[in-house]
Design a protein around this ligand. Structure first.
Ligand code: ADP
Length: 610
């Protein structure tokens, strides 16, 4: 992956602005308008002052001067009002644009090939994007930077346009001091722009240097402020480690280094501005004493020189910021362009296919960035409506099998078939609809209980209640004052309910039932349940899943007895399959050994409590 420093700024800039323009063109148009007004208003005020002074000097009538003052005041009022209005209208566009761009990232995260989403490249990009946002980079920041850039361009061009006629007065061009003064202006501007560019580069180098270290500080800080990790942090006394990481965080050192840079830039900037303005005043005074300039021109000249130099500085600073931002936004574009290689055959899944045979033929799979296959040459066949248990040691490939079945990954070799058809031929979303899965690391959201079960805002309340009842949570729901509207967790709602691990697992089970898909997969569905609930789930399992094909992963071998077939995995291979009795009878098999180990444990257990 290219580092930000190596990227050509021009391409990134065009792409970043193009992306903002595509998402919300008004945001850039408004930024341009605001930038132009920001630059024009002080120049207009100076122009009016100069006209006023000239008018006084020329002894114009009071009426004329009053009309000029009124017109000027009205113009300034209108422009300021327009700026206020644009500011108010522009902000929502900027926010909206940011939301759109963020939504693109979020959408990509939800839709990209799952293997990529959990792969190392996506993880690195995610942390980089988060870091960049903390550094003040991204679409949200680019719009005001673009605005300042426009203010710089409009300000310097207009100030120059005001300066030129002053030079034309009384043949100022021809005086010896003019080239001297012009050289002074050119020198000061050149030094100022160069120093700004150097500072910009140094700031970027600083940020690049601190990137990885900041990620760690940010990560720890985020953990520190969420209450979920609070108990582990307390019990294991991790506070000092987090506090130290934050206190000594490279971000602080980065801030110190940045402020040193800013301080040096400020001193140089002040010296150059002083030199430029001092030179300008000296030049004006000399020329005015010669009678070459009117009093109004003196006022205008001083203001325009100041505005010119300030606008150039703004331009140079914002240009550097915008280029750095654009280079950093490349991580976001890299994220958006992570390739999606999963085939989407697009064929509909017909009802009889969805309820057909599931088959794996010679399936192998290795996770990206790993050399040992998680599954090797697995072939199996699951008849429709059968209840299948998958067992094996930790890391033997059981969850990977499930993920391949529901097409979170595609196999590196071999094929997965449903209803006699390679699953890659089906429409991806339709294929996913055929599965209800409770993963071991299932997640619930801080939304209402009903929305969690239905996975949607609108739902059939009677069916949700029925599924919760079947999952063994009926009594608990009845005790909830807001019923299905009860918010889960306190992340977003102070009335939120903190459910226990077992209750959460029951909600996840209810969610799987509510989906009513023809294939049900449960990965350790009772790991967090108490023995009574576990007994209920296993006893009611056939009733729960009905005639659906059901696959469940379990370490509790006694609970596999009621299954039609048991698949035994070891080191990514399917090493045995058959009924419980057949497998127990095979004294050399892994299942027998696992069964013996558990049986012995229960026997000892009985002895212990006898
Ligand atoms: P089980 O469910 O039987 O405990 P898994 O299917 O989760 O086993 O894992 C099989 C192997 O694949 C393990 O060695 C595990 O470390 C590895 N593995 C699992 N998930 C990932 C992943 N996202 N990236 C890399 N390796 C993984």
């Amino acid at each position: 992956m290219k580092t930000n420093r190596e990227r050509p700024a021009k391409g990134s800039l065009r792409r970043s602005l193009g992306e903002i323009w595509k998402s919300e063109p008004q945001s850039l148009a408004m930024a341009f308008g605001l930038g132009a007004l920001e630059a024009l208003i002080p120049l207009l005020a100076s122009l009016l002052s100069s006209l006023f002074v000239d008018g006084l000097e020329a002894g114009r009538a009071f009426g004329e001067l009053a009309a000029l003052a009124l017109t000027g005041a009205a113009l300034l009022f209108l422009l300021n009002a327009a700026m206020g209005k644009l500011n108010r209208c522009g902000l929502p566009h900027t926010e909206y644009c940011n939301d759109l761009v963020e939504w693109k990232f979020c959408e990509k995260n939800m839709k990209m090939d799952y293997a990529h989403a959990e792969g190392p490249e996506a993880a690195a990009l995610r942390s980089k994007i988060e870091n960049d946002y903390n550094w003040g980079c991204g679409a949200y920041f680019m719009i005001p930077q673009f605005q300042r850039c426009c203010a710089g361009v409009v300000g310097s061009v207009c100030a120059l346009a005001l300066l030129l006629p002053v030079f034309a007065q009384g043949n100022v061009w021809l005086h010896w001091s003019t080239p001297v003064f012009a050289a002074l202006v050119a020198g000061a501007v050149f030094c100022s722009v160069r120093s700004e560019a150097r500072m910009g580069r140094k700031r970027e180098e600083l940020k690049n240097r601190f990137d990885a270290k900041t990620s760690r500080a940010n990560y720890l800080m985020n953990r520190g402020v969420t209450y979920r990790e609070g108990k582990d942090i307390r019990i294991y006394g991790a506070q000092p480690m987090i506090r130290r990481a934050l206190r000594e965080s490279e971000q602080n050192r980065m801030a110190a280094a940045e402020s040193r840079l800013d301080c040096r830039a400020g001193i140089l900037d002040g010296a150059l501005s002083g030199l430029l303005l001092g030179g300008a005043y000296l030049f004006i005074v000399l020329r005015a004493l010669d009678g070459a300039l009117t009093a109004g021109s003196v006022v205008l000249f001083a203001a325009a020189v100041y505005r010119f130099s300030e606008s150039l500085k703004t331009l140079s600073k914002s240009w550097n910021e915008i280029r750095m931002n654009a280079r950093r936004m490349e991580s976001s574009f890299d994220w958006l362009s992570l390739p999606d290689t999963m085939e989407n055959g697009g064929e509909p899944v017909r009802k009889e296919e969805a309820r057909g045979v599931i088959e794996l033929r010679g399936v192998s799979y290795s996770y990206p960035g790993t050399s040992t296959p998680a599954l090797s040459d697995v072939s199996l066949r699951i008849e429709p409506g059968k209840k299948i248990a998958v067992v094996g040691r930790n890391g033997s490939g059981k969850t990977t099998l499930v993920k391949l079945l529901c097409r979170l990954y595609d196999p590196d070799a071999g094929e997965v078939l449903l209803g006699g058809k390679d699953v890659r031929r089906y429409d991806y979303d339709e294929y996913l609809h055929q599965f209800s899965v409770v993963f071991q690391d299932f997640q619930l959201l801080a939304l209402s209980l009903g929305q969690n079960v239905a996975g949607a805002e609108a739902y059939d309340a009677a069916r949700v209640t029925d599924c919760l009842q079947k999952a063994g949570l009926g009594e608990r729901v009845r005790r909830m004052q807001k019923g299905l509207d009860t918010p889960l967790y306190r992340s977003l709602d102070e009335d939120g309910v903190e459910v226990s691990g077992g209750e959460a697992q029951k909600i996840a089970l209810a969610r799987a039932l509510y989906k009513d898909a023809p294939i049900v997969v449960l990965d350790e569905p009772t790991a967090a349940l108490d023995p009574v609930s576990e007994h209920e789930v296993y006893n009611g399992f056939r009733e729960l899943v009905g005639d659906k094909t059901a696959i469940f992963i379990s370490h509790r071998l006694s609970s596999c007895r009621f299954c039609d077939e048991i698949l035994v995995f070891d080191e990514g291979r399917l090493v045995q399959h058959g009924s419980h009795d057949e497998l127990v009878a095979d004294g050399d098999g892994l299942y027998h050994a696992m069964w013996q180990a558990q049986a012995q444990y229960y026997a000892e257990d009985r002895g212990l409590f006898a």
